[in-house]
Design a protein around this ligand. Structure first.
Ligand SMILES: CCCCCCCCCC(=O)SCCNC(=O)CCNC(=O)[C@H](O)C(C)(C)COP(=O)(O)OP(=O)(O)OC[C@H]1O[C@@H](n2cnc3c(N)ncnc32)[C@H](O)[C@@H]1OP(=O)(O)O
Length: 194
């Protein structure tokens, strides 16, 4: 069974997404937006280390290999971990819009079980934008990029200012990020009006 709630259907005044002129070129690896991100950072021992690549238009592809630390049932990926992989892939789309945004809503279909050691091949695209609201969709396939769909998701991201993180994050990590010139550079790249 599959279905999407009305909240995730773009309103009639929504427009097509526009790829930012300075977006990474198709085929380019995006790299981690934050070293300690559970989804993409290299600094988390049991993180997903998801590697996302810019596609054409406002599309992303990504790969994530399920590790033993990601199990729910014996030998199978935990559903929350798979939802995280979808969330991270969908979040990566905002690199192509050059917009800072956070997940407001994420609806996930778990279609097939995903065994440990499986490579999940993810694809995502922005479907519409309405003001601060960014509508997107993603699929995760197993057995290869053209294999059967194991998971899929629809999401609504909400554009925020960088202050969202500064005001709400724990001081320790915020301060460390502010002291890291690479992190500041990554954040600035997203600010349309720094
Ligand atoms: C460089 C950075 C790269 C980051 C990549 C990260 C990848 C992973 C992504 C994540 O996991 S982000 C972490 C998980 N998400 C959060 O922690 C977000 C927590 N929620 C919030 O902080 C606020 O609820 C939020 C910023 C999403 C919205 O609060 P606001 O006060 O800014 O928005 P507001 O309430 O004014 O709503 C703006 C519009 O969005 C709609 N909206 C907001 N939240 C919604 C929601 N949850 N569901 C549906 N619609 C929502 C709302 O109805 C409204 O629609 P209209 O403009 O049509 O009136």
């Amino acid at each position: 069974m599959s279905g999407t709630s009305s909240t995730l259907r773009p309103p009639s005044d929504a427009v097509a997404p526009v790829r930012h002129p300075d977006a990474p070129a198709p085929g380019e690896l995006l790299g981690a937006h934050y070293e300690h991100c559970f989804g993409c950072g290299g600094g988390q021992v049991h993180g997903l280390r998801l590697a996302a690549r810019a596609g054409e238009g406002v599309r992303i592809t990504a790969e994530f290999t399920v590790q033993t630390a990601h199990q729910g049932a014996p030998g199978l990926a935990h559903g929350g971990v798979l939802a995280s992989a979808l969330d991270e892939t969908l979040g990566s789309l905002n690199w192509l819009l050059r917009t800072i945004a956070v997940t407001g809503r994420l609806e996930t279909d778990f279609v097939r079980p995903v065994p440990v050691d499986t490579v999940l091949h993810l694809e995502a695209e922005v479907t519409a934008v309405a003001g601060r609201k960014i509508y997107s969709t993603a699929t995760g396939r197993i057995g290869g990029p053209d294999g059967p769909v194991a998971v899929r998701a629809d999401a609504l991201f909400i554009e925020v200012k960088v202050d969202h993180f500064v005001d709400n994050g724990r001081q320790e990590e915020i301060q460390a990020a502010m002291n890291d010139p690479d992190q500041i550079r990554r954040a600035r790249a997203f600010e349309v009006n720094p």
